[in-house]
Design a protein around this ligand. Structure first.
Ligand code: ZN
Length: 241
């Protein structure tokens, strides 16, 4: 299993050791609790509108202000899941100021977020908005990495050239939030196999991985191709087997 997060890599090694000792269990993240929940009506630039239940937390592992956003009949979805029905649809979305807010076409984050909100609202589920900009290296470093990409490096090589990990994202707060709202069993809206692997290690039962759409533009084609080739993202790009 390819676990790219350095924090989890060390934990995976300790799991391997505990498995060898005959103790097989996923990592139990420390408990977080819902701190507040408020209703926020949403309206996107294209006119799509829905209502979100935005939740904040205490006790998140990295102390950052991550959000869980209940969409559609998310509470009904949790109840149906608890009584053996289908699990709620969940997408962990990592913050991308340039893509989410400014509509940058260097990546596909904006369209991914927009698609996720509508699909989760239809099915009932939770969007996790994770404050780990630039695969966890931060906004300024991400923009520095863009400058390096303009000299020919790909998105992963640029992070490494900056002395950072290829992908420093850690899904422990995501797992903590899911446990806190009672979503220990999910259908994961994602093309990234690493997200599923990390959440499984953190005690979340990923019942199904649901692929997202492809948001291809001239300016993000190289970025998307790199994701497919480098981390086995399941994106059906034209011309890629
Ligand atoms: Zn982005």
């Amino acid at each position: 299993m390819a676990v790219t997060c350095p924090l989890l890599r060390s934990r995976v090694r300790s799991i391997d050791a505990s498995t060898a000792a005959g103790r097989e269990h996923p990592l139990e993240p420390t408990r977080a609790q819902v701190r507040t929940a408020v209703t926020v009506p949403l309206r996107f630039a294209d006119g799509y509108a829905t209502t979100a239940r935005v939740m904040t937390f205490t006790g998140l592992a990295d102390g950052r202000e991550h959000l869980a956003i209940g969409l559609g009949d998310w509470e009904g979805a949790l109840e149906r899941s608890a009584s053996g029905g289908p699990a709620p649809l969940v997408r962990p979305h990592s913050e991308c100021l340039t893509g989410d807010v400014l509509g940058s076409e260097r990546c596909d984050c904006g369209p991914q977020l927009r698609e996720a909100v509508e699909r989760i609202a239809e099915a009932g589920g939770i969007l996790l908005y994770l404050r780990q900009e630039g695969r966890g290296i931060g906004l300024y470093a991400k923009l520095d990495a863009y400058a390096l990409q303009d000299t020919g490096l790909d998105t992963y090589e640029a992070n490494v050239a900056l002395g950072r990990g290829e992908d420093e994202r850690d899904y422990e707060p995501a797992a903590q939030m899911l446990h806190a709202v009672g979503a220990g069993r999910i259908r994961l809206l994602s093309n990234n196999p690493d997200k599923a692997a990390q959440l499984e290690l953190l005690g979340i039962d990923v019942e199904e991985r649901v692929p997202t759409g492809v948001h291809l533009a001239e300016s993000n084609a190289r970025y998307l191709l790199t994701k497919v080739e480098h981390t086995d993202h399941t994106l059906a790009l034209p011309g890629v087997a």
